[in-house]
Ligand binder design. Structure first.
Ligand code: ATP
Length: 194
């Protein structure tokens, strides 16, 4: 079986950009956060569990996940958020295991914002952290999503501090300059993993 490399970073760090470079270098990437978004619509067992926890309105009349309703419902409600996570995270884990079985490369990457928070790094051979200065990350997200500085800051404040992630990571990519530099660092790191 392939070695699993966890790839993570806070909001606007550039982890998705790095993941795309990794794919360009020929390695498969599992996008946990994207998959989680699909799974809530595709998996009937999961749908009933979510409705049971948060109410029928968790899905609209077409059976599509009502992200806004769910987000409002779990916002500042730790128990409901935990309940929701306890439904979604195991489903993503199963989906990942299934994906992993189909991989043939010696290295695969698992992109997830919550690598350290969920202690998923323990199931990885190595971890790669993408990090950048807060103000740079904020600027990038403001440009990308049209968010305000305050909105980005609010997300950052809820995430694990960068200094804690830096302590836990095996490899660190500092994304404070340009995309060329980012790609070069990515290449160096992935080909030095042994
Ligand atoms: P999120 O967790 O918010 O989805 P992310 O960590 O996946 O963020 P990306 O989406 O890869 O981050 O990057 C955030 C934005 O910054 C994107 O618009 C991306 O194109 C841009 N970006 C990332 N790195 C650089 C860089 N070195 N130079 C210029 N722009 C960059």
């Amino acid at each position: 079986t392939p070695k699993i490399i966890g790839l993570t970073g806070g909001i606007g760090s550039g982890k998705t950009t790095v993941a795309k470079f990794i794919e360009e270098f020929g390695f498969p990437v599992y996008y946990s956060d994207d998959r989680a978004k699909d799974i809530v619509n595709d998996n009937d067992g999961l749908k009933s569990k979510i409705k049971e926890l948060l109410g029928e309105e968790s899905y609209d009349e077409n059976g599509l996940y009502n992200r806004k309703f769910v987000a409002d419902k779990v916002f500042n409600n730790k128990d409901l958020l935990q309940g929701l996570n306890e439904i979604i995270h195991p489903a993503v884990r199963i989906d990942f295991e299934d994906w992993l079985k189909r991989q043939t490369k010696y290295l695969v990457f698992k992109e997830t914002a919550l690598l350290f928070e969920l202690k998923l790094n323990r199931q990885c051979y190595k971890s790669v952290l993408v990090t950048a200065e807060d103000n740079i990350r904020a600027k990038r997200v403001m440009d990308r999503d049209g968010k305000t500085y305050r909105e980005v800051e609010a997300v950052m404040e809820k995430q694990m501090p960068e200094k804690d992630k830096i302590k836990l990571a095996n490899c660190i990519i500092y994304n404070n300059t340009n995309l060329e530099d980012l790609k070069e660092q990515t290449e160096k790191i992935i080909f030095s993993i042994e």
